[in-house]
Design a protein around this ligand. Sequence first.
Ligand SMILES: [Zn+2]
Ligand SMILES: [Zn+2]
Length: 170
Amino acid sequence: MKIQAAVAESTGARITVEELELEDPGPGEVRVRLVATGVCHTDTITRDGDLPLPLPGVLGHEGAGVVDALGAGVEGLSVGDHVVMGWPHCGKCRNCLRGEPRYCALLGPAVASGARYRGPLEGSSGYRRADGSPISGHFFGQSSFATYSIADATSLVLVDKDLDLKLLGP
Ligand SMILES: [Zn+2]
Ligand SMILES: [Zn+2]
């Protein structure tokens, strides 16, 4: 589907909004319609080259939104659910099994490789430019500087629909 996304073209470059093509969510992924996102210094330092995200790419890692579509194998979420987007985690490494997913052994590729970090689509990006060239997405499992995101399902936290999503991302 077509989305609007804020793209960091190169190290230090001004971030600009453009139309991208977003793939349908793959296994273990969820498409989220963003309602709001925080803007954090981690986005800035990544744009400036301090995290190894290959550019161009879509930043943003404090999203909040509404579940729009589910990929294969996703359980516990339904279309229309309200979610806050956190960090992805593999659920299988030593630290995940200890209940410390924040320290997942796959955290590096999960947050800053610009591509899927596991599963049958590992190494691929779901984000393409109008000319068909892939660019980095999946930043912190979400790339929330966009109208829609393909999120890693493990990064999503279900929240009450009475709460104002505009306030929940950060
Ligand atoms: Zn942050
Ligand atoms: Zn893990």
